[in-house]
Design a protein around this ligand. Structure first.
Ligand code: GLN
Length: 302
């Protein structure tokens, strides 16, 4: 069934006007062809369907935040919510404003401020933070050669003044325990990880499979997975989380590399890649394709 639906969606998507701009505030990301496009779906029963540029790796950027939170949650349990909230922010992903009156507790772990606090937790917990995080992703996906894109990480380090401001601001409230530069270095590397649509669906398998990877390893318990999916539903697209929920009706996570991963618990994981972004930093065509998927199949959580 998915074969035909994805084929139709791909054809229709290709006919859409080319709206949106590639992220160029990270110079290295601007080198990507803005018209790349792919959709890949992996079902829990093991079927796979892909069309377009689904095996080419791209910078997953903030899609990585779902994975860093999952690792911190698995290591620390409910304690993580003492330092980061679970409310939608209604503000852009890189906003500083709420931190002041919320005394350094970021609204949720998917905005940059929240992801920096999660990065700080991982640095404290892991022996070799960057390597161990990569190991976690390789383990979830079963793909041994997933790696950082060091050029992208360096490019973001060179230009990431706003993230540096956020990390310093958090530190001033006492919500960063490690060295600010170390936290930023970890964060820029996690965002630089390169994966394809096909690989993303395999990595996110456990979110749709009650915490179990495709090889049967338990990453999070059932309650934790429920909460992670709830967070992706309410906060995964920043100040456009309501719009994504309204149009697509699936929990998901986006990144400024143009990737989106979304999932229907116990059914499937789907990933799209199209680098043209709307003004909220989410992939314009990716959102369109996913809206078509849940509309045509009737398969959403609502
Ligand atoms: N690395 C990017 C940043 O911090 C991630 C943003 C995103 O993908 N929304 O700006």
């Amino acid at each position: 069934m998915f074969d035909k639906v994805l084929q139709d969606i791909y054809t229709e998507s290709k006919l859409q006007p080319k709206i949106g701009e590639i992220a160029n505030y990270i110079p290295e990301l601007a080198n990507v062809n803005p018209d790349k496009f792919g959709i890949y779906l992996t079902s829990i029963s093991g079927e796979e369907f892909g069309i377009g540029d689904v095996h080419e790796r791209f910078s997953i950027q903030s899609v990585s935040k779902a994975l860093s939170v999952a690792l911190a949650y698995s290591l620390l349990g409910e304690k993580i919510w003492e330092r980061v909230g679970v409310e939608p922010s209604g503000n852009p992903f890189n906003s500083l404003v709420q931190l002041e009156y919320e005394k350094g507790i970021p609204r949720n772990p998917f905005i940059n401020a929240g992801a920096l606090v999660i990065a700080d937790m991982l640095i404290t917990e892991l022996k070799n933070p960057k390597e161990d995080f990569l190991g976690f992703i390789r383990n979830c996906s079963g793909i041994a050669d997933i790696n950082f894109d060091y050029k992208v990480a360096q490019s973001e380090k060179d230009t990431g003044f706003r993230n540096a401001a956020l990390a310093n601001f958090l530190k001033s409230f006492g919500n960063i325990n490690n060295d600010v530069d170390e936290v930023l270095d970890f964060y820029f590397h996690q965002c630089s990880i390169a994966m394809s649509c096909s690989e993303l669906t395999k990595t996110f398998f456990f979110f749709a499979n009650q915490g179990l990877t495709s090889s049967g390893e338990l990453i999070l318990n059932q309650s934790q997975v429920k909460r992670m999916n709830a967070l992706m539903q309410t906060c995964g697209f920043y100040d456009e989380s309501g719009e994504f929920t309204y149009r697509v009706g699936l929990p998901g996570k986006s990144g400024v590399g143009g990737g989106i991963v979304a999932l229907l618990p116990k059914q499937f994981i789907v990933s799209t890649w199209s680098p043209r972004l709307n003004s909220n930093g989410n992939s314009e065509l990716g959102m369109y394709a996913l809206e078509q998927l849940t509309t045509k199949t009737g398969m959403s959580i609502f």
